[in-house]
Design a protein around this ligand. Structure first.
Ligand code: GTP
Ligand code: K
Ligand code: MG
Length: 425
């Protein structure tokens, strides 16, 4: 195993910059610069020297002997002065050593996974935590990093293995006069796994929205004031507004943090019979995005739904309240605060149903498992002559769950997952 190093903190000027070294030669490589190392897990101030004995920086040095480290290997961290030149000098000195090389993006985490320090869902959670921009995203990602999903899946996995073993034992003793009837126990176990799967599959949709952000589409007829409203929501001039009907054509997105919830507001083309091809394309896009959005804000007086099958949660509000005395006005700001409140209330109510699974990959694996259980449960009811095939099906489901937490079939997933990691993680 090669020893790797990388800047673990962000590029550029900062109070502190952290360089991390991991691998069998980590302690040796660090000692080449510091001449002496502090005790394991105790921070020590050290001078760092280059090969000719010139001072590179004074740094806080931390050693973590494997396997009790992030990667599971020997790890050393240099907490340097956060200067571009200092980081460059120390990186250069490390590169000069023959025993270490620069890490690839995500390589530290990859080693943590390979050494069993994290499961695959935790790795995804870590990537999400690094990406997190709002409070709800932080809280959710931290839950994933803590391994709650892995624990749940491990529980399902052992339940399925136990069920398979129970029915396999019955097959082996099928010749005996009075084989024990395992079906009540197996049925009980499988039903409870099935119910938990349903709950988690349901909850994964909202969890995924929290991870990626909710979308709220502003729609309505031309000149209703949609772009003006978007600008008021954003607090800056994002979209072009004018008294010309059909001003907006592309969908314009503004990301916001609504009291911890990640929400993207979409300004869209005014809905009418398009006057030209380009406007019509914009209108088609508007309808498309409005359909896919988590919530719609309809800026219209007459309660038209534009063929969108509005839900109870969708908000219909009259425009230009300053002229009519009711509704909302992007121009004066009347009702804008209230709109943000009701969007937030609706989405945070929805968020409370979020489950532990946060990625489509999780949902696919759980759905596969669920569909196996739907096949297996009737087989159990139909009696021991069907146990053979039931046990085989259960083994398939076990493999889906193992793939979810990365016990098997990880290789093809890793590159994709780690592609999103930054250098030094
Ligand atoms: N009095 C008043 N005028 C408004 C209000 N909101 C927008 N307007 C005006 O209405 C006109 C249209 O506003 P836009 O924001 O461009 O309307 P839009 O719905 O985005 O229009 P399209 O993009 O063409 O569909 C502009 O002249 C705005 O200044 C409002 O709350 N009150
Ligand atoms: K307009
Ligand atoms: Mg507009």
């Amino acid at each position: 195993m090669e020893t790797i190093f990388a800047l673990a903190s962000a590029q550029g000027r900062a109070g502190v910059a952290v360089i991390r070294i991991s691998g069998p030669d980590a302690l040796y490589a660090a000692k080449t610069l510091t001449h002496s190392l502090p005790n394991d897990r105790v921070a020590g101030l050290r001078s760092l020297f280059d090969g000719s004995g010139a001072l590179l920086d004074k740094a806080l040095v931390l050693c973590f002997a494997g396997p009790h480290s992030f990667t599971g290997e020997d790890v050393v961290e240099f907490h340097l002065h956060g200067s571009i030149a200092v980081v460059q000098a120390v990186m250069k000195e490390l590169s000069n050593g023959s025993s270490v090389r620069l890490a690839e993006p995500g390589e530290f985490t990859r080693r943590a996974l390979e050494n069993g320090r994290m499961d695959l869902a935790q790795v995804e959670g870590l990537a999400d935590l690094i990406e997190s921009e709002t409070e709800a995203q932080r809280v959710q990602a931290l839950k994933t990093v803590s391994g709650h999903l892995g624990d749940l899946v491990e529980g399902w996995r052992s339940s399925l293995i136990r069920s398979a073993s129970l029915i396999e034992a019955t097959i082996d003793f099928a010749d005996e006069d009075v084989p024990v009837d395992v079906s009540p126990e197996v049925r009980g176990i499988l039903q409870s796994v099935r119910d938990e799967l349903v709950r988690e599959i349901d909850g994964s949709h909202v969890a995924e929205r929290i991870r990626l952000g909710f979308e709220v589409a502003i729609i309505g007829p031309p000149n209703a004031g949609k772009s003006t409203l978007l600008n008021a929501l954003a607090g800056r001039d994002v979209a072009i507004t004018s008294d010309i009907a059909g001003t907006t054509r592309d969908v314009i997105e503004v990301r916001m943090d609504l009291n911890g919830l990640p929400v993207t507001f979409l300004d869209t083309a005014g809905l009418r019979e398009g006057q030209d091809t380009v406007e019509q394309i914009g209108i088609d896009r508007a309808l498309d995005r409005a359909k896919q959005a988590d919530l719609r804000v309809v800026l219209a007086e007459d309660g038209r739904d534009f063929g969108l099958d509005l839900t109870d949660d969708d908000i219909v509000v009259a425009p230009k309240a300053d002229l009519t005395g009711q509704g909302i006005s992007g121009l004066t700001g009347v009702g804008v605060e209230g709109l943000l409140k009701s969007v937030q209330t609706t989405l945070s109510k929805r968020s409370s149903t979020a489950g532990l699974a946060t990625h489509e990959r999780h949902r696919v694996a759980m759905t596969e498992t669920h569909s196996v259980l739907r096949t297996v449960l009737p087989l159990i009811d139909r009696g021991p002559e069907h146990y053979d095939i039931a046990a085989e099906e259960l083994r398939t489901a076990v493999r889906s769950l193992e793939a979810l937490i990365g016990r098997i079939d990880v290789e093809n997933l890793l590159d994709e997952i780690f592609a999103s990691f930054c250098l030094g993680k």
